[in-house]
Design a protein around this ligand. Structure first.
Ligand code: SF4
Ligand code: SF4
Length: 460
């Protein structure tokens, strides 16, 4: 059942030249004291050196619209709200606690509501963002077709004939990894060994469950070895992060309500997520639905249960990995893990417990890689600059592999590595842990042993 978007009088407001739904919060706006301490952390300021491209500059503009001194549709406002990566690095260092993310997201929502768009642009946005993500089955069908395209040799033919270039899809296609496994369908798989002491419910994610399903399966195996019984509740959908980033708040709210309903059937146990961008979005459902009388409290309860996989694993002593991983790795911190969720120590601590693994820090490990939702599709030049900068720092460490914790970052890093001519693998942190536990084969053996011991106990 699709929950329809609710538009109520209680959620529409006026604030200077902002009006309607999702008006930026005046109190949050006023928290900025213009100290400038956030400037060195801001990727767009680092690249341009311009005050307007800094958090302080953007907050000044939002304030000017809120005070009626700047038109909402002023092109400079539009440019800066969308040049921002919403990486939230400014938020993490702000001494005044300015909650920047919701402010830029609300500003984009305002632009989406009031900016006149040609019909074709509205249709393209619906086709590209709203339609495929509104129902996970649609995305699964699309990714299955993509997998067939990659495996059948059609991809090579299309590239050779220049079809992708002609359709302007070559860059988009180059970002995609080879999709080798079938999507993970909610309700169809679960992981549990005989000594489970806790339960966790996997947030499947739209991109993770279709493009990177093996990372989700590795997550289940790693958690099972750490005494969790893990299932994938049915009814869950895309988290809505892409919609929030694009100012499509009503679409995001529809998805949030569906996810809340899907996980309400699973008591108060943790909801585990392995994509940093999704985790940050899920942890802010309480803010997204704060004006919805039917869902505000339910969203608060949901949000309190969400844990990143590294956060959940680090909460208990880690089951000793079983085999050494003799490699040097460097960790690329996803912005929505390091800045939005403030999770930075836990991934490093987990990597530090893998025998043989050496972690070397790259410079600017938490500076945005340029992925930022669909930023690397719609703002190629700045995204490429940031991706190249990230890869340069990663290569300078001499690491054999880059480890990260977000699908968007993994795709962006692979694209930037390809451009640089380097062939470094990029892997999710869970894949490294899974390898240290022996991967799928070791897990199958453990499941068999667990089943045999269960049989034995029953016959005794
Ligand atoms: S956002 Fe925070 S750090 Fe940046 S200028 Fe405002 S108060 Fe200072
Ligand atoms: S969210 Fe990132 S890009 Fe945007 S102003 Fe803050 S630091 Fe700069």
């Amino acid at each position: 059942m699709v929950v329809e978007a609710k538009l109520t009088e209680a959620t529409t407001r006026n604030l200077g030249n902002f009006s309607g739904l999702d008006v930026p919060d005046d109190t949050l706006l006023r928290a900025c004291v213009h100290c400038g301490m956030c400037l060195p952390s801001c990727p767009t300021y680092r690249l341009t050196g311009q005050e307007a491209s800094s958090p302080r500059g953007r907050l000044w503009m939002m304030r000017a619209v809120a005070d009626g001194r700047l038109e909402l549709l002023d092109p400079s406002f539009d440019e800066q709200m969308y040049q921002c990566l919403n990486c939230r690095a400014c938020e993490a260092v702000c001494p005044s606690g300015v909650h920047y993310g919701p402010l830029v997201e609300a500003s984009r929502a305002q632009l989406e509501q009031h900016r006149p768009r040609p019909v074709w642009q509205r249709a393209a946005r619906r086709a590209g963002l709203a339609w495929p993500f509104a129902d996970i089955r649609r995305l699964r069908t699309m990714v299955n077709a993509l997998r067939l395209y990659q495996r059948s040799g059609l991809a090579k033919v299309a590239r050779r004939l220049g079809i992708l270039q002609a359709l302007r899809l070559a860059d988009l296609e180059a970002m995609l990894p080879p999709i080798s496994a079938a999507p993970l369908v909610a309700g169809k798989e679960r992981w549990e060994l005989r000594d489970a002491e806790h339960s966790a419910h996997l947030f499947n994610g739209c991109v993770m469950s279709t493009v990177f399903p093996e990372v989700n399966r590795a997550t289940g195996r790693v958690l099972a070895l750490n005494r969790y019984a893990v299932d994938v509740p049915t009814g869950q959908q895309c988290c809505g992060a892409l919609h929030v980033h694009s100012g499509m708040m009503e679409e995001a709210r529809v998805l949030a309500r569906r996810n809340i309903e899907a996980f309400e059937t699973t008591a108060d146990e943790p909801i585990v997520v392995n994509a940093a961008g999704c985790g940050a979005a899920l942890k802010e459902y309480d803010f997204l639905l704060k004006d919805d009388p039917d869902y505000a409290e339910r969203a608060r309860r949901f949000t309190a249960r969400v844990r990143d996989i590294t956060e959940l694993l680090a909460a208990h002593p880690l089951e000793q990995p079983r085999q050494p991983v003799n490699r040097t790795v460097t960790f690329q911190e996803p912005c929505h893990l390091a800045h939005a969720q403030r999770i930075s120590v836990q991934p490093r601590s987990l990597l530090g417990q893998v025998e043989g693994l050496r972690l070397v820090e790259m410079r600017e490990s938490s500076l945005c890689c340029g992925s930022a939702g669909i930023y690397n599709v719609i703002r190629r030049r700045m995204a490429d600059d940031l991706g190249d900068r990230k890869v340069k720092h990663a290569l300078a460490t001499g690491a054999d592999e880059i480890v990260t914790a977000n699908p968007g970052c993994a795709m962006q890093l692979r694209t930037s590595l390809r451009r640089s001519g380097a062939t470094l693998p990029v892997r999710h942190i869970v894949e490294v842990l899974d390898e240290a536990y022996g991967g799928l084969d070791a897990h199958r053996t453990l499941v068999k042993e667990a089943n045999e011991k269960g049989e034995q106990r029953r016959s005794d």
